[in-house]
Design a protein around this ligand. Sequence first.
Ligand code: NAD
Ligand code: GLY
Length: 367
Amino acid sequence: MTKSTIYVDLGTHAYNIIIGKGLLPKAGEYLSTVLVSKKVCIVTDENVAELYLSDLTKSLEKSGLEVCPPIILPAGESTKNFTRLQYIIEKCSSYRLNRKSTLIALGGGVIGDITGFAAAILMRGIKFVQVPTTLLSQVDSSVGGKTGINTASGKNLVGAFHQPEFVLIDTDVLKTLPARELKAGYAEVLKYALINDSDFFNWLEKNGEALLNGEDDFLKYAIEVSCKAKAAIVIQDEYEEKDIRALLNLGHTFGHALEALGGYDGRILHGEAVGIGSLLAFEFSQQINLCPSEDVERVLEHLIKTGMMAEPPFKVTAEDVLNFMKGDKKNMDGKITLILTKGIGQAFVSRQIRETELTAFLQKKFG
Ligand code: NAD
Ligand code: GLY
């Protein structure tokens, strides 16, 4: 399998994403040519540290980089909080990192988001690199520079836009990823197809199951298509100001509500919630006569065929879901904003949501 490079053309903070097999043990070769200073610090979680920290550290040291003691955090969504952020900042200060030093996020979206945010605010911004190790982080969170943590009021409510210097995607690390996490990441792959790429949806209908069985070439192809799709959107609307980047939130407004209602206790993963949320966006679009029912059927069938979650694994009420949706970051002037669709590959941002229609839909769905 050959290595691919995708250039994220963001002017003064442009960067490359490289995708291929066996790249992590060679990370030092790539990073030593990109980084301006030799001092680096790896931030990771306990699961990933066990599997990949040693290989990464050895590779960086072999290439002459000065590697500080690693910062190892507990695994899971609850790590994205102020306490852990403060811990990272204090450790980095004790290592006397400077503005040219680099944090290396080795892990899934949780580690990428909190490390990126620490890098954004340390000394008003130091450098960081993403080495994503889940499918979700390889196709979505490691690209585009959204960083942040959660608060009691909801997900990602504190954060910053801060682009990485480089994204290194080694598809081999997905071999150790639990099947449930792989499926959760697949929901974000599916998202790109549903937003604006019906050919990719056709491809997923044909190859999605093989991809989820760990077929290397299919995984690499899907990661590449996803990263290209994300890069294309991010370069047009880096700060989500033009109703272009917001498309990447397809399924997320419904999904974030489900995640919050699950209390982030592991019953529903972020990707699982996004998969269900995408289906809800299609179903709601159909209910208000925007989307043909055949397309909703195809999405539902695909979720079922690939063994994805198609409904929340716990009881929710329409009122609870609506309450969380009202707190979404995309809403403006008290109006709910949703990513709706006219069919597979035809998503758009709608700021014209009628609360009565949404309530009726949620009541029909959840009671
Ligand atoms: P995660 O980071 O919690 O990782 C999932 C689990 O897999 C963890 O237990 C982790 O330890 C384990 N793991 C990671 N890599 C592994 C590997 N190779 N082998 C074995 N185990 C491994 O979750 P995630 O799904 O990667 O990320 C979810 C987070 O990403 C959420 O907080 C979400 O808000 C965020 N996110 C951010 C963006 C963005 O643009 N910044 C986009 C999408 C999602
Ligand atoms: N994951 C949504 C975004 O990056 O905008």
